[in-house]
Design a protein around this ligand. Structure first.
Ligand SMILES: Cc1ncc(COP(=O)(O)O)c(C=O)c1O
Length: 395
């Protein structure tokens, strides 16, 4: 079949095959872990040409590494992007992207709720470098917030921890009309459920520590965008800040990616059932899950997500005391702050992930003392339902 008429490969095929070919010297199918920190360029002229960018080739592991490059290739294919660059953590990916794309005097708008770490960057780090960050609650408020200084719009959907949904196509349309760059944190949805670049977003960022790794044993971050934007972000984030991903972590993340579509589908199906259980329980005031028709972002989620994901938050009627009793009563679900793992994890955002967020902003976000966040894993759903039911019954 001619190449340009070949059908696009499915996400499960891409997750397994994209970005890797058997090692030419040994035939090894799994990408070898390349531990070299420096690569020989052989002679003077080749060295000069590689450093000037005139000829390709590895030089130094902080700039680029073959194992990390395999991960980057897989992520670019999964997100339908031209290029990708990996970092030592999600925060390194986010900060490198921001530092590469905004300068002193610029304004940035962030839409919806953000992960506490990212919110802290917007509120305390960027102002120190002369960048003014403005918060709006939804894409429909964007138009009014844009000024001639706005350079970038940042969003996260579904967001952490409220599972709010931002309309990415609408965000991209408004931004493009003003020639403003858009960045979307796709950690919660993963490319299995949403591909922001196909909706017009310019840059996708990930905490690879979550679903991409998926097994709670690797920390990393990834940015996917056009080649030109990725080159710029790589230049600042790796060459200047030096936040490079270890090849050992890259190897774990590549292995995690191979089962990403299977894990996300299994966990999302379980999450849908758990959300209904919570929704019907008298001890629960509100369930924040985009798959529930009562969720304010449900209609947009139906459009831009292929399933509703493995994350949810819910507000217990008894406030902090109820959250403590519920969490301490869980037997199978583990109390921890990460998410997207094979293991189901639950936490109390107000005292953990969002404890550093100022109380008024926390309240504005809806992160109350009775809020619990649940990341559904790939255990048998009947076991999870039983565990959650008994913890609710303890209230
Ligand atoms: C949505 C989101 N983005 C970014 C991050 C930061 O990622 P990392 O912990 O890998 O630095 C997190 C961490 O929880 C997150 O939830």
């Amino acid at each position: 079949m001619a190449k340009d008429t070949a059908p696009a490969l499915g996400i499960r095929t891409l997750a397994v095959h994209a970005g890797q070919t058997p090692d030419p010297s040994t035939g090894a199918i799994a990408t070898p872990i390349s531990t070299a920190s420096a690569y020989s360029y052989g002679d003077f002229d080749t060295g000069e040409q590689r450093f000037s960018g005139e000829s390709p080739g590895y030089l130094y592991s902080r700039f680029a590494n073959p194992t990390v490059a395999a991960l980057e290739g897989k992520m670019a294919a999964l997100e339908a992007g031209e290029s990708a660059v990996a970092f030592a953590s999600g925060m390194a990916a986010i900060c490198s992207t921001l530092m590469a794309l905004v300068s002193s005097g610029d304004e940035l708008i962030h839409v919806g709720t953000l992960y506490g770490g990212t919110e802290g960057v917007m509120r305390t780090l960027l102002p120190r470098f002369g960048v003014h960050a403005i918060h709006v609650a939804s894409a429909s408020e964007l138009q009014a917030a844009i000024t001639d200084k706005t350079r970038l719009i940042f969003t996260e959907t579904p967001d952490n921890p409220m599972l709010g949904i931002v309309d990415l196509a609408q965000t991209a349309r408004i931004a493009q009309a003003h020639q403003i760059l858009t960045v979307a944190d796709n950690t919660f949805a993963t490319p299995c459920l949403t591909r922001p670049l196909t909706l017009g977003i310019d840059v996708v960022v990930h905490s690879a520590t979550k679903f991409i790794g998926g097994h709670g044993d690797a920390t990393g971050g990834v940015v996917v965008a056009s080649r030109a934007l990725v080159d710029k972000i790589r230049g600042v984030g790796l060459k200047q800040f030096g936040g490079c991903l270890s090849p050992f972590e890259a190897s774990l993340l590549i292995r995690g990616l191979k089962t990403l579509p299977l894990r996300v589908e299994a966990a999302s199906l379980s999450a849908e059932r758990i959300a209904w259980l919570l929704d019907e329980h008298p001890a629960v005031a509100t369930v924040f899950y985009p798959g529930l028709p009562s969720h304010p972002g449900h209609a947009v989620a139906r459009r831009q997500m292929s399933r509703f994901g493995a994350l949810m938050a819910f507000e217990l009627k008894g406030g902090k005391a109820a959250a403590r009793t519920f969490l301490d009563s869980l037997a199978l679900v583990t109390q921890a702050v990460s998410l997207g793992d094979t293991d189901s994890l639950a936490c109390h955002p107000a005292s953990t992930t969002h404890s550093a967020v100022a109380e008024d902003i926390r309240r504005q976000y809806g992160v109350t003392d009775g809020l619990v966040r649940l990341s559904v894993g790939i255990e048998d759903v009947e076991d999870l339902l039983r565990d959650i039911q008994q913890a609710l019954d303890a209230l």
